[in-house]
Design a protein around this ligand. Structure first.
Ligand code: NYM
Ligand code: MG
Length: 213
């Protein structure tokens, strides 16, 4: 009776409209087709208690929750899901996650109210992804994509700052892969799938680490 390998924790990050959700979905489908147990998760998880507060904050300009409070809510939204994540990983399910702690850090740090270190603190102890894909888009490409929605943060200046802050974080980490999101959906997908498959065995046999200790 050999013990089953754990699942891998793989995160996709990037500015709004970079194709994260599409790519996450395709990645899960492709892994499943290869008989690799995989599941999609996304943050914010708007279905939970904190998720409902976050949803209201994003949709209502009148919501005056302060920057630190909303930052901690996003983090709590991940902590609410930690048992579920760990239990799936333990069972050998690979998780493909649409945004994670890095979105939390980047979207808050660009507000210039809290330092990068302050933003990282509440993420400490969450499962550390084995691999992070950063989908990048040149500004010209970003502008060509269909319009932003009406949620908070969905404007050019904010997203430009977010893109720069992602670069800063990316330079601090060794397990990030930058992928130009301007390619076709299939081109981007095959890059992501290849990198996932290449690392999978290694991820599944190494202990799961924690963020930022
Ligand atoms: N966002 C997302 C944050 O500000 N902090 C976080 O921790 C996370 C996970 O929520 N503009 C922001 C980024 C998005 C917004 O996400 C909603 P989505 O993926 O559009 O539902
Ligand atoms: Mg969005």
């Amino acid at each position: 009776m050999g013990s089953i390998k754990r699942g891998a924790l793989i995160v996709i990050e990037g500015v709004d409209r970079s194709g994260k959700s599409t790519q996450c979905k395709k990645l899960v489908e492709a892994l499943q087709k290869k008989d690799i147990s995989a599941k999609l998760m996304s943050f914010p998880d708007r279905t939970t208690l904190t998720g409902k507060l976050i949803d209201d904050y994003l949709k209502n300009e009148e919501n005056k929750l302060n920057d630190r409070a909303i930052h901690l809510l996003y983090s709590a939204n991940r902590w609410e899901n930690v048992e579920k994540m760990k239990s799936l990983l333990d069972k050998g399910v690979t998780l493909i996650v649409d945004r994670y702690s890095y979105s939390g850090i980047v979207f808050s740090a660009v507000k210039k109210v809290m330092s990068l270190d302050w933003c990282k603190c509440p993420e400490s102890g969450l499962p550390k992804p084995d691999l992070v894909f950063l989908l990048t888009l040149e500004e010209q490409e970003m502008l060509k994509r269909p319009g932003f929605g009406n949620e908070r943060y969905e404007n050019k200046t904010f997203q430009r700052n977010v893109a720069n802050m992602y670069e800063t974080l990316c330079n601090e980490e060794d397990n990030w892969i930058k992928v130009n999101a301007a390619g076709s959906i299939d081109e981007v997908h095959s890059k992501l799938l290849q990198a996932c498959l290449k690392g999978l065995e290694k991820f599944q046999t190494a202990p799961l680490k924690s963020l930022f200790f």
